[in-house]
Design a protein around this ligand. Structure first.
Ligand code: HEC
Ligand code: HEC
Ligand code: HEC
Ligand code: HEC
Length: 459
């Protein structure tokens, strides 16, 4: 009895002190929204006061002029140097120019990109970058529907009326990222408070959103085992990236995770959207931003001479859906429909879908399932969800062009992409098996698009 009283006397004031300290974190009211099953603690906690202040601080989205009649001569036939938007009728083309001026350079006007004496001239780097950005935006809307959905993306999603988006990242200076030989040993990028003011890795983005390092770090068993090795530094990078996700979307971890296990996929659908978002960010950085490095003036590059790159915050800027889910892209045919006109990617064969076998095709050097192929994947998921006893065996194939080691790695990444998508859709791990990468024999020259494929056999 006495001991209990003593404990109460000791813990009572401590509890009060703790409650008092915690109350200092955020002034009420707070609002909680249930995200997942009751009792799993999956609630999104918001503060309406802070949300309202944030909303008030956001600039208003510029109004859209309505689309113009589709008749009239095409821009490519009237102007001299139109390579991406050539299929648009002239009035629509001009409306697009007015809109991108509003989105990217409202203060500077047309001459931010154009030489006023000759609009066809490409001497300003801003125009060259913009042409590539037009292609990137088309690619986003046409091929990344798995992430951007019906909301879509315009230049405004990232730029918000500024020539340079407010949220971009560069690779951290070499001394900061990881450094051997100094008196302090190697800090593995730690202790340079950055994301969420933590001391976790200062730059998780270079390896995870530009490189293809795995983000999933948890081992398959509770106890350490020799077959599975993942350095603690990788886990720190994963957590740093996750902090970025939370900050970028203005949400907490339970928005995407059922926190009984961060590795398990019995999580809200947002996690699958985020999974596609990771692949999308990698694609944008590798295919569009990095190749622009030499186009940008030197003083615009980062500490390691790299161009600015995209992460979640570039589009999201604190909201779970960029611009609160306001759909702008659909009004601009030049940012959505004419994607194929640029002739960027050669057509792939349509995905094959059968009761015992699915075949999905990939672009050159790519491990992403885009456009039609993503639909083929969705069909496979439906089949596996309906036939609960089927087991899928996944084999990645590569062409004979290029070096064997790189090709095998690519074939493996392709097989992983399909496996991860199946797991992400809730298919049990035991129902998904991987086979070794294979080379397609018949295709020596390596141009045949059918060679770059993943075959999924269902048994
Ligand atoms: C953010 C950069 C940017 C801004 C601002 C901009 N443009 Fe353009 N403009 C481009 C790009 C890029 C092209 C080439 C498009 C293509 O290749 O499909 C282009 C092409 C053109 C052309 C075709 C020229 C030719 O003969 O080839 C005209 C005309 C034009 N723009 C007018 C305008 C006008 C008028 C404005 C201001 C209201 C404007 N642009 C603002 C980037 C811009
Ligand atoms: C997914 C995000 C994203 C979208 C969408 C996007 N951009 Fe960009 N843009 C960037 C990034 C990142 C940079 C590099 C910024 C930096 O260097 O700081 C950039 C740079 C630019 C620049 C160079 C600015 C400068 O001063 O150096 C121009 C011009 C530009 N974009 C035009 C466009 C146009 C036009 C569109 C729409 C057709 C567009 N962007 C869509 C992310 C985006
Ligand atoms: C916007 C959605 C989203 C948010 C918010 C988010 N995560 Fe994640 N998380 C993911 C996705 C998607 C993956 C899997 C990535 C992959 O497979 O490439 C993941 C993976 C992880 C992993 C690795 C699991 C494994 O299999 O080893 C951990 C740990 C993790 N998250 C922790 C967190 C923590 C802690 C937070 C909050 C600070 C958080 N996450 C917030 C989407 C999210
Ligand atoms: C090119 C711009 C862009 C980038 C970059 C981007 N997103 Fe998104 N994201 C969107 C758009 C647009 C939507 C809205 C989709 C819709 O309406 O269905 C969205 C939706 C989401 C959602 C679903 C939100 C909800 O309320 O259901 C999640 C989760 C998400 N993004 C996570 C991420 C993560 C994590 C990253 C970084 C790895 C990322 N996004 C990068 C444009 C982007």
């Amino acid at each position: 009895m006495n001991a209990q009283l003593e404990r109460l006397l000791l813990t009572g004031p401590l509890l009060i002190a703790a409650a008092w300290l915690l109350a200092g974190c955020e002034r009420p009211p707070v609002q909680s929204t249930q995200q997942g099953y009751r009792g799993t603690g999956m609630v999104q906690i918001d503060n309406p006061r802070i949300k309202a202040a944030q909303a008030a601080a956001r600039p208003a989205v510029p109004p859209d002029a309505p689309p113009l009649p589709v008749a009239g001569p095409k821009a490519r036939d009237v102007f001299q140097n139109v390579k991406v938007l050539g299929d648009l009728p002239v009035p629509e083309f001009t409306r697009h120019m007015a809109a991108i001026t509003q989105w990217v350079a409202p203060e500077q006007g047309c001459n931010y990109c154009h030489n006023p004496d000759n609009l066809a001239d490409d001497s300003k780097y801003q125009k060259v970058v913009s042409r590539r950005m037009l292609e990137m935006t088309q690619h986003l809307n046409a091929d990344w529907g798995a992430h951007v959905g019906a909301t879509g993306v315009t230049c405004y999603t990232c730029h918000r009326g500024q020539p340079q988006p407010a949220k971009v990242w560069f690779t951290a200076a070499p001394g900061k990222r990881s450094q051997w030989g100094s008196m302090l040993g190697n800090d593995f990028g730690q202790n340079h408070p950055n994301i969420g003011l933590t001391s976790m890795h200062v730059d998780p983005f270079t390896d995870l959103l530009l490189g293809q390092e795995p983000i999933r770090v948890a081992g398959p068993a509770a106890l350490p085992n020799t077959a599975y090795k993942m350095p603690i530094q990788s886990a720190e990078k994963t957590y740093a990236l996750m902090m970025h996700f939370s900050e970028a979307l203005g949400v907490n971890c339970t928005f995407c995770h059922n926190t009984h296990s961060f590795a398990a996929w019995d999580s809200p659908p947002q996690r699958v959207t985020a999974w596609h978002g990771i692949r999308m960010a990698r694609d944008l950085n590798n295919a569009y931003l990095v190749p622009l490095t030499n186009t940008f003036p030197k003083d615009r590059l980062g500490p390691t001479g790299d161009a600015a790159k995209v992460y979640c915050a570039t589009c999201h800027q604190g909201q779970n859906k960029p611009l609160g889910g306001q759909a702008m892209a659909a009004l601009y045919a030049g940012l959505t429909k004419v994607a194929a006109a640029a002739g960027a990617a050669p057509a792939l064969p349509p995905p094959e879908d059968g009761p015992t076998k699915s075949v999905l095709f990939f672009g050159v050097g790519s491990a992403d399932l885009l456009g039609e192929q993503a639909k083929g994947l969705a069909q496979l998921i439906v089949t596996m969800t309906e036939k609960k006893a089927t087991v899928a065996t996944i084999s990645g194939y590569h062409s004979a062009a290029g070096t064997l080691a790189a090709n095998q790695e690519l074939a493996k990444q392709r097989a992983f992409a399909v496996r991860d998508a199946l797991l992400a859709a809730g298919i049990a791990e035991a129902r998904v098996k991987l086979e070794k990468p294979q080379q397609t024999g018949a295709n020596v020259a390596g141009e045949d698009p059918a060679a770059r494929r993943v075959e999924v056999t269902l048994r």
